[in-house]
Design a protein around this ligand. Structure first.
Ligand code: URA
Length: 435
């Protein structure tokens, strides 16, 4: 078999066989197929596409390129959630304790943030003493005992995806649905859950800019999940502005706790967590329908069991669980600075990626994988798309480690906002659910 023949076959619209896909991925991981041939193949896939069988073969091959997690020592239904990435996305911090309080087992491997997007693992480290690098034995034991553990990735999962993603990133081949589906699903399948619920972001701050593209991705992801024998659903949600109000690690933890504690009446973060959670419970067989599932989830907020579940997880992973109830024990930035609106109007747009960059500039995001981050800093937005803002009213509060950084962040944040003199209608937050 020759890689040159496979590239030509895909270029001309042919379907690669299972053996050909195996040859290509194994050869690439072993270093026998060079980057230039693999990048030509990625471009051919981008233009010619792949059918479902090819995408499944590619996904399984990538999944088997590294370690896979066997969650069988955990009793009960195991569920996992994945977001295609967004700014201010603290969903897992709310969703996982809520769902675990309903009896679904959450054994979750999460990542650190890089660039302008945050990672759940960094956010959790806002709890003093919280350990994300726990042993597999402790991880399984915690899930069996309290129903939830969220740890950093230890196993060498999907090395083929790591290599391929780095190549796609520099060859203009990231926005190919078959390549995105196989990249995401190979990692999710390797993590071993029975139920996988996906949050597919759509809008200016997301990979998928239009609802049509997002739907195509959501359908691709759920199809492969089901073909691989997992229960799967995807929720398509708006990312035309940051999710919720806080962007920055400890600030996002506080916003998440406010939802779990019932201090947040409504809002997009809560709505998203109820929608994702309802799908998780329904797919796990713990609720007859979505309405029943939502009622169960709401009850975990009302009776305090979701918040207690978060505290139990923090305690079980070495953290100070008192911080769940007492925010003075969480990191707090030395300087706070308001961003008063100059002219007033209606908020028409907030550039999500750029708000993420403001948080990064303040020290809350990683420039390289090795950089240290300041968990206390970030931004709390007070005005979101559709809101009326008066001249002089604050658009946001900057949380910074010094005055200089706060002043620069104010300048940058102001540019993230687009105001209109006319009332602005907000697009629906939940755009679609694909089952
Ligand atoms: N996220 C991934 O993990 N892979 C992609 O290809 C795109 C987004």
């Amino acid at each position: 078999m020759q890689m040159t023949e496979l590239i030509a076959k895909k270029r001309d619209g042919g379907a690669l066989t299972t053996e050909e896909i195996g040859f290509m991925i194994d050869g690439y991981v072993r270093g026998e197929i060079p980057d230039y041939q693999m990048s030509a193949m990625c471009m051919a896939i981008l233009f010619s596409g792949m059918d479902d069988r090819e995408v499944l073969d590619l996904t399984m091959c990538m999944m088997h390129s590294g370690e896979t997690l066997d969650l069988s020592p955990i009793h009960g239904v195991k569920a996992d959630k994945h977001s295609t990435g967004g700014v201010g996305d603290k969903t897992s911090l709310v969703l996982c304790p809520m769902v675990a309080a309903c009896g679904v087992k959450i054994a979750k491997m999460s990542g650190r943030g890089l660039g302008h997007t945050g990672g759940t693992i960094d956010k959790l480290e806002s709890f003093p003493g919280f350990v994300t690098g726990i042993s597999e034995e402790r991880f399984f034991d915690n899930v069996n005992r309290i129903g939830i553990a969220i740890a950093g990735q230890t196993a060498e999962v999907c090395p083929a995806d790591k290599k391929l993603y780095a190549l796609r990133d520099v060859t203009g081949t990231v926005p190919s649905i078959p390549l995105i589906v196989s990249s995401i699903m190979s990692k999710k399948l390797a993590a071993g859950a029975d139920v996988i619920v996906l949050d597919v972001k759509c809008g200016s701050g997301a990979f998928m800019k239009t609802p049509e593209q997002a739907r195509e991705l959501a359908e691709g992801l759920t199809r492969v999940g089901k073909l691989a024998g997992r229960k799967c659903a995807a929720v398509i949600t708006d990312m035309d502005e940051p999710l919720g109000f806080a962007v920055g690690n400890a600030l996002e933890v506080k916003e998440a706790i406010d939802v779990l504690a019932g201090r947040t009446e409504a809002g997009e973060l809560k709505e998203l967590c109820l929608t994702l959670g309802a799908n998780m419970l329904a797919l796990s067989g713990l609720a007859a329908d979505e309405q029943g599932a939502r009622a169960k989830l709401e009850a975990t907020i009302a009776d305090g069991s979701a918040l207690r579940k978060l505290a139990e997880m923090v305690e079980a992973q070495g953290g100070d669980s008192r911080a769940v109830y007492d925010f003075s024990l969480l990191p707090d930035a030395a300087f706070k600075r308001e961003v008063p609106c100059e002219e007033g109007g209606y908020v028409a747009h907030i550039e999500a990626d750029d708000v993420g960059l403001v948080s990064m500039h303040l020290g809350g995001g990683r420039v390289t994988k090795e950089s240290a981050i300041d968990l206390s800093v970030g931004v709390v937005l007070h005005k979101k798309v559709g809101d009326r803002v008066e001249p002089g009213e604050s658009l946001a509060t900057i949380h910074a480690s010094d005055e200089g950084k706060a002043a620069r962040a104010e300048e940058l944040l102001r540019k993230c906002y687009t105001l209109s003199p006319y009332p602005v209608e907000k697009a629906p937050f939940i755009k679609n659910i694909v089952k």
